[in-house]
Design a protein around this ligand. Structure first.
Ligand code: FAD
Length: 385
């Protein structure tokens, strides 16, 4: 190991440059705080970049914008000349409107917003040791291609998706269902040069199940594809696929993610070929924007001061410290091949919403840590954090 190179002092260090980390870093920097945003990869966006161009869902509960960073980002895209995003109805039952957009413009806008706020973004920085004693984190050591840096900050915000920093600081967590299985990971992609009129002529079935079953029966598609979820992209003739799902991947283990990405990549190419050969409108199409890796939905669920429950959701609870409103169904993506179907169980009557309290992002013991990790709602245990 190379020796420590530099010690950086900051007001706020945010780990993970996905939507949560970007929003946290920008918000802190606008309050005149010295902010570092530390990312293990070499791009911002998190799942927005591992699934490039994936529609933004859940932004309009009960037909109103959730506001905040989401609203700022999409407003910039809507008001671009010409517009590079639009709001549209989701083709799946129980979901509200979603935003379809041009990925390259959205990514550039994220970089612009970070620069305007004065956030210092650091790529290829891997945290390897969080020093925590009693009730606070004293420093985090981070390795990069030049050596090791130390970050000493008043506040640390874990937006790594996996809760890597919080876990090492001793925050309790749970993962998986009662069998320990986590939701499948998905490799997204686009097909370009598609004739939309032909491709979506049968769109009353949002999952194109007839074709999927045919592909599986003939051994041309994997068994995990009994449904093909595809939808029109932002640009004419583009179709976005959010459907190639691999199970058994642990998103906290880089080797497991790499194996999942390899398996998923093979399946994307099989599906692209199947579409070209069998599905109307795809005759001259080809795959583009295949995700650089799989999108991970679920890993550790950290324990905060409060744990949101299914009962809270079902009762449409509005908490005093609620920071975001939600009305989406409990989105359950399959965990093993034997149950390879999606479930979008509606938890609330139409027109109702619940809020997520700020306390769910605050740990019990560590005073200078917050987290905003993927804390997906899980219907099988009726516990929602
Ligand atoms: C296919 C798919 C569809 C989805 N659709 C929706 C949807 O429509 N609406 C919705 O609300 N949610 C959706 N989600 C969930 C979505 O992933 C989250 O809403 C969103 O990405 C969460 O943002 P995040 O910033 O918390 O995490 P992420 O986007 O996962 O970002 C985490 C970032 O942290 C980085 N990182 C990881 N470990 C470390 C570390 N130790 N140190 C530093 N950086 C680290 C990662 O490289 C990444 O950049 C979907 C997920 C998938 C996979």
């Amino acid at each position: 190991m190379k020796p420590h190179r530099t010690t950086h002092e900051a007001d706020v260090v945010v780990f993970g440059a996905g939507p949560a980390g970007i929003a946290a870093a920008i918000a802190a920097a606008r309050e005149k705080q010295k902010v570092y945003l530390i990312e293990v990869q070499n791009v911002v966006g998190g799942v927005m970049s591992s699934c490039p161009g994936m529609m933004l869902g859940s932004g309009y509960p009960c037909d109103k914008s959730i506001g905040g960073f989401f609203e700022e980002l999409v407003s910039r895209l809507y008001h671009h000349d010409p517009p590079v995003a639009e709001r549209r109805a989701c083709s799946l039952a129980n979901f509200g409107d979603e935003v379809v957009y041009d990925y390259e413009y959205a990514l550039s806008t994220l970089y612009e917003m970070l620069a305007e706020a004065g956030v210092e973004v650091l790529f290829n920085h891997i945290p390897y040791h969080t020093h925590a004693a009693d009730d606070s984190i004293s420093r985090v050591e981070v390795v990069n291609t030049q050596g090791c840096d130390v970050f000493i900050s008043k506040m640390y915000i874990d937006c790594t998706g996996n809760g890597d920093i919080a876990e090492e600081a001793g925050v309790p967590s749970r993962s998986g269902d009662e069998r320990g299985l986590m939701m499948g990971v998905t490799l997204t992609f686009f097909m370009e040069n598609v004739d939309w009129d032909k491709a979506f002529a049968e769109s009353s079935d949002p999952y194109f199940t007839r074709y999927a079953n045919m592909g599986i029966a003939e051994g041309r598609l994997p068994r995990t594809l009994p449904e093909i979820y595809m939808l029109k992209g932002f640009r004419d003739g583009t179709v976005f696929f959010n459907t190639v799902t691999v199970t058994g991947v642990d998103g906290t283990q880089s080797r497991s993610v790499a194996q999942g990405a390899q398996a998923a990549r093979r399946q994307v190419m099989e599906l692209a070929r199947f579409c070209r050969e069998e599905m109307p409108g795809f005759e001259k199409s080809y795959p583009t924007y295949i995700g650089p890796t799989v999108g991970v939905r679920e890993t550790r669920r950290l324990e905060g001061l409060y744990t949101l429950t299914f009962a809270d959701v079902a009762a449409a609870t509005k908490f005093e410290d609620g920071i975001v409103a939600c009305d989406s169904p409990l989105d359950e993506v399959f965990r093993d091949e034997s149950t390879s179907h999606y479930s979008h169980e509606a938890a609330l009557p139409k027109g109702e919403y619940y809020t997520i309290p700020f306390r769910t992002l605050v740990p019990q013991r560590i005073k200078n840590l917050l987290f905003a990790v993927r804390r997906l709602r899980i219907s099988w245990t009726r516990v929602c954090v």
